[in-house]
Write a protein that binds this ligand. Structure first.
Ligand SMILES: NC(=O)c1ccc[n+]([C@@H]2O[C@H](COP(=O)([O-])OP(=O)(O)OC[C@H]3O[C@@H](n4cnc5c(N)ncnc54)[C@H](OP(=O)(O)O)[C@@H]3O)[C@@H](O)[C@H]2O)c1
Length: 343
């Protein structure tokens, strides 16, 4: 059994990691941290875990965490910067769900996150954990930067178009919507029921922190940095991201459906839906799946790609477990083959 540590297990991605790891055939949570709730049993805070674990939260102590085979950071940015180096030097592998190691350029990171980069010396060994483009590099990685939620939904939708050079990469548009759990469990007025429910709005139009990450990924596959208008929205629901993506085709004869089906034929967690489909967030709720449909409205020159994920699973904790499976030589789908709950 792989012994896993989780730093920040009282948050939403943390409890999702617990749900996945407690049901995992090859791994188990061993050290689970909280600064504010150390000593409390996990199932006292999260009743869905009753009957599945006797563990209690402990203070984040690098010594205890280093006894694990792998440590997940489900923490705000900056925390993994401070702790990852020591864990790595003691032989523990690190899977970071925060943005700390996603952007290769430390100066660019510090501009978007408004603080100096806390561990630029580790950036060379960080692998961006999007298996659909980096699968070959993940098994030997010591440090994984799990992609953000919007970047996962947006990148998976654009990758087939950009890899094949089918669209005008200078004018991409991503219109993306996320459920409220994307903002985490900490108290914020804008996320209160009375503020977020029965409401729908865009935010971060001038520049969202996920933009440089998406541009880096799409630039890697396109061979040149694309132009992207990225507009995120807050949806009055708990889980899920829907990204509607627009790109102008260079060649009107392109078989879009065939290109997407071929690109993702071997991908266990990307489902290219039949022509004419409209993927729904509830069809991936609680699962590690990304469902994609591709359209060309009225036979025009614009490709419309619809991409849905669960922000807490393929957009965070599920993708983190997918990376763990690859790092430790387990079947990639181990512990991740659940079916979404409907209705
Ligand atoms: N929510 C999503 O959909 C989503 C998706 C992809 C990526 N992410 C990223 O994943 C990370 C976690 O997100 P979240 O939504 O789970 O956040 P969250 O619900 O706010 O939880 C954050 C956790 O971090 C712990 N923490 C905070 N400061 C800490 C520190 N200095 N040292 C140790 N632990 C600390 C907190 O626990 P204690 O205060 O109890 O110690 C809490 O359990 C963030 O970087 C986020 O951007 C989130």
């Amino acid at each position: 059994m792989i012994r896993a540590g989780i730093v920040g297990a009282t948050g939403y991605t943390g409890v999702e990691l617990l749900r996945l790891l407690l049901a995992h055939p090859g791994a188990e949570p061993a050290v689970v941290t909280s600064r504010g709730n150390a000593g409390e049993r996990l199932d006292a805070m999260f009743p869905n875990l009753r009957g599945h674990t006797d563990l209690a939260f402990t203070e984040p102590d690098p010594g205890r965490l280093a006894e694990c085979d792998v440590v997940f950071f489900a923490t705000p940015h900056g925390v993994a910067h401070a702790m990852a180096g020591e864990l790595l030097s003691r032989g523990t592998r690190v899977i970071d769900l925060s943005a700390d190691f996603r952007i290769r350029d430390a100066e660019l990171w510090s501009r978007w996150y408004g603080q100096p980069h806390g561990a630029p010396e580790l950036l060379d060994q960080a692998v961006y954990g999007l298996p659909e483009i980096n699968r070959a590099r993940i098994p030997d990685a010591r440090l994984i930067a799990v992609p953000g939620c919007y970047p996962t939904a947006v990148s998976l939708g654009f990758i087939p178009l950009l890899e094949a050079g089918l669209v005008d990469a200078a004018h991409l548009v991503a219109d993306a919507k996320s459920g409220v759990s994307g903002a985490g469990r900490k108290a914020q007025v804008g996320m209160l029921l009375c503020e977020a429910s029965e409401n729908f709005k865009a935010y971060g139009v001038a520049g969202h922190r996920h933009l440089p990450e998406i541009l880096q990924t799409l630039g890697d596959v396109a061979g040149t940095t694309p132009g992207l208008t990225f507009v995120p929205h807050l949806l009055p629901m708990i889980r899920g991201i829907e990204a509607s993506l627009y790109a102008v085709l260079k060649d009107m004869d392109t078989d879009l459906q065939g290109i997407f089906e071929q690109r993702y034929a071997a991908e266990p967690f990307v489902d290219v839906m039949p022509p004419g489909s409209h993927p729904e967030t509830r069809s991936v709720r609680g699962t590690n799946r990304c469902r994609i449909a591709v359209h060309r409205p009225q036979g025009g020159d614009t490709a419309v790609v619809l991409s849905v994920i669960d922000n807490l699973v393929k957009g965070a904790s599920g993708q983190a477990v997918q990376n763990m499976n690859l790092m430790f030589g387990l079947p990639e789908t181990a512990g991740l083959d659940g079916i979404a709950v409907l209705p």
